[in-house]
Design a protein around this ligand. Sequence first.
Ligand SMILES: [Zn+2]
Length: 317
Amino acid sequence: MSVFLLPKDLCAMLTSAIAEFWWSKEDSYCWGFTNHGSYSTQSGYRLTEAILTMNNSANQSLPPVEKKLWGDLWKVKAPPKLKHFLWRALSGALAVKERLRTRGIAVDITCQGCGQASETICHVLFCCDKARRVWDLANIPLPPAGFSRSSVLLNLVHLLSVSKNRGVDVSIQRVFPWMLWQIWKARNSVIFNKLHADPHHTVSHAYEEAELWYQAQTGLIEAEPHHVKTSWHKPPEGSIKCNISSSWINASQPCGVSWILRDSRGSTILHSRRAYSYIHSKEEADLYALLWAVESMSNLHKHDIIGGDKRTHAVST
Ligand SMILES: [Zn+2]
């Protein structure tokens, strides 16, 4: 390939001619990370986060202990999106303010959730008042001395140990990736939308999302309560099947219900979830789940549906 230089004025003429040909106006600058071409704070954060992720994943390798932890995290049953999120948390690739500051971006690093500490990854996910409320409500056993204030690694090691603890309810064992993800989403909601999520809803959403994901897995679903293995069976050819789930913690917290509709190949057609307040028992939660699923199917004009096996978890009574 030949490389040659053109005079500056000729370059300007060419640029102008090309712009006129394509756009019939003078060339101009625009922001390429939004559909409308104008800068927005959210798109700026997302770009920065992407850059942080790329820099960390491409150029930095984890120390051996963290590699071992990542190996264990990779075996956790969760969607790839959540595993990637856990990796980013472990490797310092979440775009919290403290990380942005280390990349030379001039931002006030005070946490917007509590206004009392620097916004580090460990603070956001484990130690911020917002996160602590969630962990207190989540029924997940915490370390005796509480979560580490400085080490994401130590805290993830603890959560992994809980996930392998057969003495803990299975729904609690497996929920921690979703709990961390929902805490992160709640943090983003504060930053981008100025909305403070109710920690009860954060906890409910985590349990519901985990339940939905497990339900959506075709074939053998492991780790049912009391370690009973249960198979999900596809409906006959030409029919659809609706599975219903409820998540009840106690009467003072919102209860989550969900349904998922799948075809004879096991593919998800539709799914949805919602929360109810002041539900006094898991049996009542089951009834509301059933009632809402039937109403939903009727509203969606879905008929001739096979009722799937209902899955319920009561985190505590
Ligand atoms: Zn905070």
